[in-house]
Structures are given as C-alpha cells and as structure tokens.
Design a protein around this ligand. Sequence first.
Ligand code: FBP
Length: 559
Amino acid sequence: MLTSELKKMEQGNSIFEREVRKLDVPICQLFRDKQGRIAPVAFNPEGKPLGTKDAKQVALEFNQLVTANGNKLLRARRQNLNPAVGKRVAVLFSGGPAAGGHNVVAGLQASLGKQNTLLGVRGGPQGLLDGQLFAISGKDIKRLLNTGGFDFLGSDRTKIKSPEQFAQVRKVCAKNKLNALVIIGGDDSNTNAALLAEYLYPDVQVIGVPKTIDGDLQVGQYLPISFGFDTATKIYAELVGNILQDTPSSRKYWHFIKLMGRAASHVALEVALQTRPAIALISEEIAARKIPLRQIIDSLAKTVIRRCRKGIRHGVVIIPEGLIEFIPDMVGLLKALNEMLAQRAASFKNLSLAERRALVAAELAAEQAALFKSLPGYLQEMLLLDRDAHGNLQVSQIPTERLLIDMTAARIKEISPGTPFAANNHFFGYEGRCGAPSLFDAAYTFNLGLIAGSLILDNRTGYMAALSELSRGGKILALPLTGLINIERRHGKDEMVIAKALVRTSSPAFKFLAARRKAWSGSDLFTSPGPRQLWGPAARQLPISVALNQGYADLSFKL
Ligand code: FBP
C-alpha cells in the first residue's frame, strides 16, 4: 500500500536519498589494496618547504610544529603497511555547513578501520569544549553516506583562543583518551587547527580538512578548491539558469541575484561561467580597478538601455555577497561613518533619524556627503544604525541587490527616460549549502577523509588533507598548516591566520569571463545547466573555474 510505503520512507527519507546512499564513490587508486579493499597510505616529504612572507615570525610562534615538520609538503606514494593501531580519534565540523561533510567522516572511518576508534563531537568547537563526544557506529556511517548537511554532528563558530579554552581542550582530550583530532572547517577553523596542533604537541595529533562553499580556502596547484563549493555552485547555477530561462519567456524582467560566498567572488564567478548571464560583477576586479559606485550604476543602466534598444527587455545580474566591501568609495564612506558613530555614540543616541542624517551629511567630506545623499533612504537609515561589538556595520545585511536595482532605475530615468526596467531581487545562500553532495564533492570528501585518517595512522600532526590533479587520478597531499599562515591586521591588531584566497584578476577563470562578458551582455547567450547529476555523462563535471585555473584539458574529474 502506498500509505505504508510513505510511512516507511519517513525512516529512510526519499527514494533519491535511499538510492544515493548506495552510490559508489570513486577513490584514488592508491587507497585500494590488491584485494580491492580500502587501505591507508603513508606519506613522504616532497619539494621545497611552504611558507608565507611571515614564515620567520610563524616559526617562532609555532616552534614545535615547524621544527617537527620543517613546513614540508607531504605526498603519499605507497600504502602504509605498518599503520598505527589502537588510536582514538575525534572529528568535528566548524563554521557554516558544506555538502560532503558526512563523507569526510565516512572516509575517516574507512581508513581508521576496526583497529581504531572514531568519536564524533556534537556541536562544533563549543561541543569539544563541553566534552560532547560519542562513538560513531558502522550503522551511523551507512546512514550518512552521500547525504548533505552537517546534521549528524552539528557545527558552530566558536573560536578557541583564550588560554582557558586551550586548557579545557587538553582536559577533554585527556578525559576521552584522544590521540587525534580532525577539524573540518574553513580558513579560520584551520588556523585554529594549527594553534591546537602546536598547543597539544606531541600528545594529540591535529589534522585539518578544507571545507567552505565560499571557495576561499585554496592553495594553487596543491589544493584546487575546498569541498562544498562544487555542490553549492551547481545548485545556484541551476536556480540562476531557471531564472535565465524565464527571462526570454516572460520578456519583461531583469533579475538582480546576490550569491552567498562572503568576501571572495569565487561563487559568483563560477555561477557566471556556468550560466553566462548578461552581467556578473566581480568584487576583486572592482577593487583592483578602483571602480566607484556611480560608475558601476552607470554601466548597469547603459547595458539595460543598450539591450532594450535591441529589443531585449530582460537580463540577469550576478552580484557577489561581499560586493559593498570592495567598492572603493563605499569602503571610504563606511569607514568614515563607523568612526563618526563610534566617537559620537552617546550624543547620537538621543537624535532622531532625520537629525542623524542631517548631521552626518553636514560633517562628512564633500565627496562622501554626496555619495551618502545619492543612496536610497532605507540604506542611509541602515548606515546610521548601531554597530556590532567591533564598531562595524553588518555589511552582509545590506540588501546590495535592492540597492543596485533602485540606483540603476534612477539612473535610467536620468539618461533614457521611458526605457522600461522592471526588476526583481533574489539572494541565494542557504539553498546551496546542504544539498546532497555532487558526485565530485561526494568523492572529494570521502578521499579527504581517507587522507586525514592516513595522516593520523602515519603519526602526523599540523597538516591539512589535500587532493590535487583531479583530472588525472588525484595526487594525495598534506599541506603543513604553518606554511599557510601569514600575519594580518584584524580588529585593530596583528593576527596569525591562514590567508583567504580571493579571486585573482590574473587567473585564467577571471580572464575567460572578462573576455566573454561583452558577448554575453550583447545578446542572450545564457544556458540553463539544470540540476546536478549523480549518474550519467554529466555527473563528473568539475567547477569550470577550477578546471580553468588548474589548466585541465577538459571539465571532468577522474579519480
Ligand atoms: P564558512 O566560511 O564557515 O564556510 O561560511 C560559509 C557561509 O555560508 C558564507 O558563505 C556566509 O557568508 C556565511 O557562512 C553565513 O553564515 P551563517 O551560517 O552564520 O548565517
């Protein structure tokens, strides 16, 4: 009966999820022993040591790790015939979710095997501090395989930084007799992994796994991308593609679509490459070419007018989440307002919004005052609201897509009154983080889990699991975390952190977009890539930006 079948599905979820759990995940050949079983690998140092411009200071701060690892990259070339046994290993998620996290846990379990114990940490770094550990069972792994989300363990954004927090981690590790900790996270979480590896050295090994949909944790040829990026961009590309397909059907709308991805524009660039919209703004280019807001608006308005004259009254504009923070005159205005509000916090409290607006306009430098006045009223109000604990505006809450629509509409009225312009705004973010992993992310993460487990059984610490040469069978690597750390000014002080990888305007992916965008805006050359595929000929497609930047000959991954 259908009703009992539907009730049964409440346990195993949808038909799709049931099938996806059975999906074979491709793994690097090196992980297969002669009988075809999964086996851990052993590592050897390779090439010159990694290091940033701040390597000397980093070596002082991370003395034990740098002495032990020499900042050397590791590469696996053979199986580990003598892996450690009896280890107790804990794994946690840190930061925003990304598709494939569950497969990292599954890969980790597969490489540790039955002779070691894998524990999960509930609730991310805070859960670690609270000692929320439990043993992961084989049944758990079966249920998790190829499913999206971080719900099995949960996650949070706690940064372990005070001496008390470090001491507490040591206590939890001792209480649970941990030999190793695996931290699945982005740049900040992997910085935390390095700090913990140093602090816990040599008692507890710490290994990082590169996760984030933002794609801003990548290390050139050694780490082409973080996991979760492929799935998220494929989901956004499907949504954007559907909207693009609607535009010449309804023939009356422009759509301004903001895409999640924090400061870096990797997500926007990838989705643009996959869908070919009329316009894709790339924050890093705007900053590099110092393009002011007025010029961005002018160019948007002129594109709308130009297309309209050709009879195309529709189009799509892709906007990266962090755009505002890269527009040079907006950055100056935000800084001036932050300072003004901080200095006058007490007197500002008693002023009405209209009074605040008048005072600010009178006190700003002439150019900034003109920019402030040119902004729509709702944005002026937002800019005058109270700041966060660091005295900054929550820029992510600025509706950039709405702002660009309103200013473009006003500019069109000025230069070409009567040009029709009906626009809708969208923000795609949470829609893309927890979908079932693409075949690439499912395979990539399972392999990253195998690498993390192998590093532990090879008695390594202070490394991040990495996999490169994705179109040629995969090269299994481990990057010394200390080799990735530099010094950056954050919240008014120097901090040692793993640098965020932004879009480079010299990269092949950006150059390709720059070379093609005139054609894409001149007529409709868009495509609707459709839903991501797990079976069949389209399943093995890599992110286009990754394939271009890595110099691959085609778009398919081969592991
Ligand atoms: P991570 O850097 O932790 O991977 O964050 C990914 C992300 O989805 C960003 O793209 C986004 O700006 C942010 O998280 C949103 O954060 P939150 O989940 O706290 O709303």
